[in-house]
Design a protein. Structure first.
Length: 265
């Protein structure tokens, strides 16, 4: 075992096949140790396991056709994989995957968007966050080092939205969502980006339809959360805006963190 810099990223790729060339370039340049992907939008039998192995990455994936899909990629062996929620809840949707990598319990999640306030999909989102809380509570009790990453489709604070007036009470910034996110964090999870970066205008998602990236109008809805043990090992955190500026990007940018972590040689 030796101490080294350990880079972790979360990225909603909005279709791994559509983003494959960009992802290859990004993996080669950034060389993250662990990547949590959301919205892979492919079935497990079509997930590019061999191609990723050729790049030096192990992978675990929970997928479905056209929608959703979550994966963990790692330069280190992956163990204790769990796909989906306990007792088969929400089994028709591929939105949660967990595994242990280099002594860290990694939880990767894609929270529903919620459509519009009061809709069936909005209530599903709130229920999803309630079930996620139960899972995270158990994981935090079971493991010493825990990271929770993914697209949560919720902006936590006023500085995480391009316009408080436009977003107040809307999906992704509604009090019911914010209260549930507060309960998740109260379990002992810190928003690691904010430990290092206090400024406003640090978004991770921009709407294609309104040219939000070009206009600087986005939301910060993608996170890496860590328990105290991981937060204390945090060295740096940032959002990879260069990735979002490339041709044919996802509407999300990768969120990156580096840790001082003991890893196997």
């Amino acid at each position: 075992m030796q101490g080294s810099s350990f880079k972790v990223a979360t990225w909603n790729v909005n279709s791994i096949r559509s983003r494959w060339n960009l992802m290859l370039q990004w993996l080669e340049s950034e060389k993250p140790e662990v990547v949590g992907l959301q919205e892979t939008k492919t079935t497990e039998d079509r997930f590019p396991v061999a191609e990723l192995q050729a790049l030096g990455y192990h992978s675990v994936h929970l997928g479905q056709k056209t929608y959703n899909g979550v994966a963990l990629l790692s330069r280190h062996p992956i163990s204790e994989e769990v796909r989906g929620f306990p007792e088969g809840w929400d089994s028709e949707n591929a939105r949660l995957i967990r595994a242990t990598i280099s002594g860290v319990r990694m939880i990767n999640v894609y929270v529903p968007q919620g459509s519009r306030v009061g809709s069936e999909k909005f209530h599903y989102k709130l229920e999803f966050l309630e079930h996620l809380k139960q899972v995270l509570q158990q994981e935090l009790q079971s493991y010493t080092n825990v990271l929770v990453m993914g697209d949560f489709n919720v902006a936590l604070e006023e500085r995480d939205v391009y316009s408080v007036e436009a977003m107040r009470g809307e999906v992704s910034f509604h009090p019911d969502e914010l209260s549930r996110m507060s309960m998740l964090q109260a379990l002992g999870l810190e928003d690691l980006f904010r430990r290092k970066e206090p400024s406003q205008g640090q978004f991770s998602w921009w709407d294609f339809r309104t040219r939000g990236f070009e206009r600087g109008e986005g939301l910060r809805i993608d996170y890496v959360f860590g328990n105290l043990e991981m937060a204390n090992r945090l060295k740096s955190s940032w959002i990879d805006f260069d990735n979002r500026a490339q041709p044919k990007p996802s509407d999300h940018a990768p969120v990156m963190c580096t840790f001082e972590l003991e890893t196997t040689a």
